[in-house]
Design a binder for this molecule. Sequence first.
Ligand code: ATP
Length: 349
Amino acid sequence: MTGVALRIETCGKTFADATRALEPVTLTIAPGETVVLLGPSGCGKTTLLRIIAGLETPDRGGRIVFNDKDVTHVPIERRNVGMVFQSYALFPNMNVAENIGYGLKIRSVNASERKKRIAELIALTGIEGLEHRRVDQLSGGQRQRVALARAVAVQPSVLLLDEPLTALDAALREKLRGELDRLLRALGITTIYVTHDQSEAMALGDRIVVMRKGAIAQVGTPRDIYFAPENRFVAEFVGAANIIEAVCEGGALVLPGGALPLANGTLDGPAFAMIRPEAIKLVAAGGARLHGRVDSVSFVGDRQRASVGGAAGKPILVDVPNTMAVSVGDKIGLSVEPGAIRLLPGDPT
Ligand code: ATP
């Protein structure tokens, strides 16, 4: 099974009550690619997903193209999309096997072929033994496996997943995330996955589309988004970030507590720098180029998170190894690799 190329062309959405849910968005998704739409509540993720599904029409000028076919005005039942939502939306009057086979039945796939496909999907999603259970006798995780099996049973051109794991507890969410990742790779279906959970986005996305207020804030691989955010919103939404107002001068970031060397080629002038807490090392004060004082430190198991005052214009968060002795009031030095300092454009909004 191979996925289709999906093109979203200047798709915006203004609802009847004049709510502008989506600014015109353009995005090309490769066959078999998994793209995650990530952003805070109300940023337009679901609206974009519903436009791709055919549940909403984009504003005038917007187009949805599957391979070379314009499907903008093709209704959902003829678009061949598979969907899974946060709420399970299974047929309560059917058992597991009947739910999974429903789409095949309405497509007139014969009984023996259907049986074979259902068995494959049951094995693929790890729900063997539950074939004859009613869906109200399943756990949340089992229901989502059934929903997924049902969605992919008909070999959809595009698979659309809207927060499918959100209703599950943290441990199960992480387990299913791994299974889903393997499944999507095995099937090779072009997939759009909506979430507001950044670790889910990182784990599943070939690319992540970070959205904000109905617009795209950045598109990139999980590593691009994490290490090279293009603006402050992305830097702060994905992972923890210190955003520091500073001046670049003579190849260094000049701060109240000292100066940090920058990568070559940095222009002089005012700047906003982003440094991740794990990119900063706590070192002995003597010989360090940037100095500060430990204001607070909390032990979180795999590491300690310290807040350091006096180094920059505001407290800096630093990840400290969990075995390192560090106390409030310690006068310390800070060191950062030049490559770990990311300068953000002038207006850091
Ligand atoms: P969440 O993570 O909370 O589900 P989201 O990013 O998926 O949010 P959308 O559901 O796409 O956001 O909503 C985007 C905006 O459009 C919101 O302001 C929402 O209130 C609005 N909206 C969504 N559907 C409609 C509608 N049918 N009529 C009017 N406004 C709507």
